[in-house]
Design a protein around this ligand. Structure first.
Ligand SMILES: CC(C)(COP(=O)(O)OP(=O)(O)OC[C@H]1O[C@@H](n2cnc3c(N)ncnc32)[C@H](O)[C@@H]1OP(=O)(O)O)[C@@H](O)C(=O)NCCC(=O)NCCS
Length: 191
């Protein structure tokens, strides 16, 4: 059932809190968005300076559930922002969204994004009544493809040619899809 929550919900997992971004997250956001190596398979270029990150943060703040929503991923025990997860390109009529995920390198390889991803999927299916979740992933991005499959996504198509332009270069992507009810939960998420 599609509900309209008035306020962006925080999604809490065992180790993480997914919560709305705040203006005070600017420095943490800059650490996330300025790392060109970590963003080498991302759909937009790394942020060149703090002023640019401030502009990026501006569209992270509003709650626009019919279109897109971004969450800061906070490590519960330290309250440090370690990443971002979002849905975007929501098509309400077709009950479909795209998702994106990004973690600071020091926090990768701990199963954090699988944990955050499961919480986001629960929100999308249970609260928003989404039927289909899609992820566009560069063929070289093995960690992201592995994560998608760990969550239950299937490779549905690709390479979809010249889908993203980054710094003047065109990139093709693979299409991963997950239909409600196919998500993987629990012990089979472990490596
Ligand atoms: C893609 C990305 C978000 C994956 O994040 P992640 O937290 O490392 O992914 P997972 O949650 O699937 O964790 C998997 C790793 O944690 C390990 N792990 C440790 N404890 C775990 C646990 N309790 N549960 C699951 N996995 C665990 C797994 O063995 C696996 O390690 P490996 O990478 O050595 O195989 C991250 O690599 C990233 O931010 N990349 C840069 C940005 C990017 O390209 N984003 C995607 C654009 S499409």
């Amino acid at each position: 059932m599609a509900r309209a929550l008035k306020k962006q919900p925080s999604l809490v997992t065992e180790r993480l809190r997914l919560r709305p971004f705040r203006t005070s997250d600017l420095k943490a956001m800059h650490a996330l968005y300025s790392d060109a190596d970590n963003l080498r398979y991302w759909s937009t270029p790394a942020s060149p300076n703090l002023a640019n990150t401030r502009r990026v943060l501006r569209w992270h703040l509003p709650y626009r559930p019919r279109h897109y929503v971004l969450w800061a991923i906070e490590q519960k025990k330290t309250r440090k922002v370690v990443g971002m997860i979002n849905y975007h390109h929501r098509n309400v009529r077709e009950q479909r969204v795209d998702v994106g995920w990004l973690l600071l390198p020091a926090f990768q390889g701990k199963g954090y994004m699988a944990e955050a991803g499961r919480a986001l999927l629960r929100h999308l299916f249970d609260e928003l009544g989404v039927r289909k979740v899609e992820a566009l992933i560069r063929p070289e991005n093995t960690p992201s493809a592995t994560l998608a499959e760990r969550l239950g996504f299937r490779l549905e198509g690709g390479p979809i040619r010249d889908r993203w332009q980054v710094d003047g270069e065109w990139h093709s992507v693979m299409l991963y899809g997950l239909v409600a009810g196919e998500e993987r939960t629990g012990p089979d998420l472990l490596p």
